[in-house]
Design a protein around this ligand. Structure first.
Ligand code: NAI
Length: 463
């Protein structure tokens, strides 16, 4: 069988499904190859969406048990049913993946079920059948980076996939890696009653984030009961007994110590998934980190084949992949499109949340950029006080000469939503003065952004 399409997309995650939909909207005949039983990729099935469902449920439980009494509300004994919580999470996932199926039908996109291999430019093979297309977009995503000496079984030693599926709360969960996944899933199980120890190789948590934010965040998580072993590596894991026995060593070497865990979450990063696509045979060039090398128009080294999302360079974030998916569709349709990589926000969906866009203070220092800092704490923000959520602050970094916003970092309630204003500021080349001149509704959390912008010039009102 051979069918001709304008575009075949490999992978139906956020990058792939968005490129398929946008290309179809632009009039192309589109097919999307996906071997998972459902559309939506890692994000919708085993990543962003199920984790947010469990974060929400565990937060509600924790809030009911710990925060309501401060409002004069007593609720008696608060309990949870993990099976129901998991069923709700599965329903949330299903609603989202079905939503993508609906959008595929609406846009007349053909879903080719199976794992695709590029046999030649313009030719994709799936389960022995061949499909022809003018353009091919690879959106194959990423997978958890394995850790040598810690073999994952997805039962007791898990990646984020297994870490979303526990049917009982582990008494002691050891998380390896204090990044996005480790801190989000560590928070979920901590709130539900697990003892959680986070082992991190570096001497700080959230390595890519602003150091000041990370330091204060570590203290907050510590108050929530997460224990940190920084500057530490895991050198062996033995899962043969009732408990998993981990051997730990200081990063620089030295005496090993033992730690026993009921479950271990390996969250030491993700790597591009490029195997079995036939890239080697085609001569598609990879970069030094195993990602598909592309130019600024997402073209690979082989004509007619493009790549986007986690499989190429850049932050491994769903919204980055989505933006690239929309952009490649526009480009293939002969239109102009680009992604502004300076203005991609990153959010850790713990409570409080951590959100960042643009440069960190460490990056500006390393680049020798002259900058100024405007900071404002949520303790001085009336709405945050009314909410009882006063941990954290807004920090804006601006060019010392031009006043242009170069980076922004928020630790606090709804930081992930608040950061959008600062992403827009960077995208529009706004200055702190521009932000300070905008009316921000009172009383809202967004006032902390206005005050931080004012603080960059030493003129915050409420400090
Ligand atoms: P990550 O890169 O965020 O963090 C990995 C952490 O593991 C780092 O702190 C690193 O120093 C540490 N590490 C590496 N090797 C280690 C070792 N041998 N022993 C101890 N620590 C070690 O990676 P993570 O959390 O696995 O997430 C993977 C990707 O998924 C990230 O790129 C992230 O952007 C994305 N993601 C995004 C989310 C969001 O947007 N909220 C949520 C979850 C994942």
């Amino acid at each position: 069988m051979s069918e001709a399409f304008d575009l075949i997309v490999l992978g139906a995650g956020p990058g792939g499904y968005v490129s398929a939909i946008r290309a179809a909207q632009l009039g192309m005949r589109v097919a999307c190859v996906e071997g998972r039983g459902t559309l939506g990729g890692t994000c919708l099935n085993v990543g962003c969406i199920p984790s947010k469902a469990l974060l929400q449920s565990s937060e509600e439980f924790h809030h009911a048990g710990h925060a309501l009494s401060a409002h004069g509300i007593s609720v008696g004994q608060v309990a949870f049913d993990l099976a129901k919580m998991q069923a709700r999470k599965n329903a949330v996932v299903e609603a989202n993946v079905k939503g993508v199926e609906y959008l595929f039908r609406k846009n007349k996109i053909t879903w080719i079920k199976g794992w695709g291999r590029i046999a030649a430019p313009g030719r994709v093979e799936v389960n022995g059948a061949a499909y022809e297309a003018k353009h091919i977009v690879i959106a194959s995503g990423s997978e958890s980076t394995p850790l040598r000496d810690v073999a994952v079984d997805e039962k007791r030693i898990v990646t984020s996939t297994g870490g979303l599926e526990f049917d009982a709360v582990p008494a002691h969960l050891v998380v390896i890696g204090a990044g996005y996944i480790g801190l989000e899933l560590g928070s979920v199980w901590r709130r539900l009653g697990a003892e959680v120890t986070v082992i991190e190789f570096l001497d700080r948590i959230l390595p890519g984030m602003d150091g000041e934010v990370a330091k204060q965040f570590e203290r907050i998580l510590g108050r929530q009961g997460l224990k940190f072993r920084l500057g530490t590596k895991v050198v062996a894991a033995d899962a043969s007994g009732n408990a998993v026995r981990l051997s730990l060593q200081p990063r620089e070497g030295g005496e090993t110590s033992e730690l026993s865990a009921d479950a271990v979450l390996v969250a030491v990063g993700r790597r591009a998934l490029t195997e079995r696509l036939g890239l080697g045979e085609l001569g598609i060039r990879l970069d030094g980190q195993g990602r598909i090398a592309t130019d600024e128009r997402f073209a690979t080294s082989v004509s007619g084949i493009h790549a986007i999302g986690d499989a190429i360079a850049g932050p491994m974030l769903a919204h980055k992949a989505m933006d690239e998916g929309a952009a490649i569709a526009e480009i293939l349709a002969g239109r102009v499109a680009h992604v502004n990589y300076h203005a991609i926000p990153g959010v850790v969906y713990t409570w409080p949340e951590v959100a960042a866009v643009g440069k960190t203070e460490e990056e500006l220092k390393a680049a020798g950029t002259a900058y100024k800092v405007g900071k404002f704490p949520f303790t001085a923000t009336p709405r945050a006080r009314a909410m009882g959520e006063t941990d954290g602050f807004v920090k804006i970094l601006a060019d010392a000469t031009t006043d242009a916003v170069l980076g922004a970092h928020i630790l606090g309630p709804d930081a992930g939503t608040l950061i959008a204003e600062l992403a827009m500021a960077i995208a529009f080349g706004a200055s702190t003065e521009d932000i300070a001149e905008i009316s921000h509704a009172h009383p809202t959390l967004s006032e902390a952004i206005k005050e931080a912008a004012l603080a960059a010039d030493g003129r915050a009102i409420h400090l």
